[in-house]
Design a binder for this molecule. Sequence first.
Ligand code: ADP
Length: 439
Amino acid sequence: METGAHFNFACRIKRADGELRWVEFFGNRQPHVNGGPMRIIGTVADITASKNREEELRCLAANLSEADRRKTEFLATLAHELRNPLAPIRHGLQLLRMQTENVDTFNQVRDMLDRQVNQMVHLVNDLLDIARITNGKVELRKQHARVGDLVKMAVETSLPLISSLAHRLIVAVPDEVIHVYVDPGRVSQVISNLLNNAAKYTPKGGVIEVNVTRDGHDVVIAVTDNGIGIAPESIDAIFGLFRQVGHDFERSQGGLGIGLSLVRQLVELHGGTASATSAGKGAGSTFTVRLGLAGDVPAPAPLEPSVTEALAARKLKIMVADDNVDAAEILSLLLEVFGHVTAVVHNGHAALNLARDFLPDVALLDIGMPGMNGYEVAKALRQIPPLANMTLVALTGWGGEQDRALSREAGFDRHLIKPVDMQVIDSLLADVIAARQSG
Ligand code: ADP
């Protein structure tokens, strides 16, 4: 007032009805002819809405920076977790180089390599799954399955880790057959994630139990350990993405903090629930998955006994095309161990040329290859009449619906995601042999 300058301020006011509003004043004083203040001209505006928006933005920024911090921490953990298996793998290879004759060393190193590579595959698959779920791209391939079989599959996956830590595993599945209508791979992945956690978060020589029970229209699968337990205040948080409780890098069994988030999301996609209980630190934990029974969905007719074994004697000519030379060579070596005849190439043009003379029964094509990619090779191969019966298999890191559609369009019969388990390739080849026999 004294200086006569423009003024501007915001403040909260309490209206007569008691409501708090934000208002902003703009104004200036008009001086009287003899110098004193005469009047004030200005505006008073209700800015409650924009103040609220400002507050929302502030919260959003705070959340983003928290998410950013968690992501940075996650990347550090990821680097650490990916590097972890590399040291033993490298040492194992050195040992193999030095002790070529020693069968015990060889077996020990082989088992170790198997475990470490599995751990890396598991990690990378979890990462891809989280990305797919976040983008709403997970497709469940539901079918009738027996809970006992799903538990068995999971136990097979997790057993190497469980036994390497000298835990005792007790599995209790009821005698009655319990059917669920689920994606078997996904549900056994859920159980196996819980088993791996039970193994990781239990000091060596612990006891891990899997209990399957029927509860009305649900089946309840509980994984219990007598490990480090969970503090009550952390129980809700552990199912969040990138959430780890008291992670310490010294205990190298750690993970990425995505396993349980994956468990809960996959179970919820199936219409079920996943929860945890623990009597507290050091008191062990129980993780419970509840799924609806198959109910009225009709069960398919039992499958004919597989012709696979009877036909195992028949072998195939297989072309492997991959620009990763090591990947191609190893796959071809494995296929030859299974008795097939193979030919290997490392780019698209070479694949096309070779196929004309070699006339393979099956072509395993990498998609990302220099010069001519797998889709282009597939399209060109489909134009060659003598190759009309060839089975075309895409081997790729990309498994989204769009990628599958592209490979169908290019003429591929199957679409496999790397790294492919040899059993998957083997059963695919058995199918090819069976189809050829019956055709
Ligand atoms: P990760 O194991 O990769 O850290 P998860 O999402 O699988 O990630 O688990 C999140 C956290 O939950 C773990 O870091 C751990 O603190 C806690 N947790 C999971 N399973 C168990 C368990 N069986 N016993 C004790 N704590 C567990």
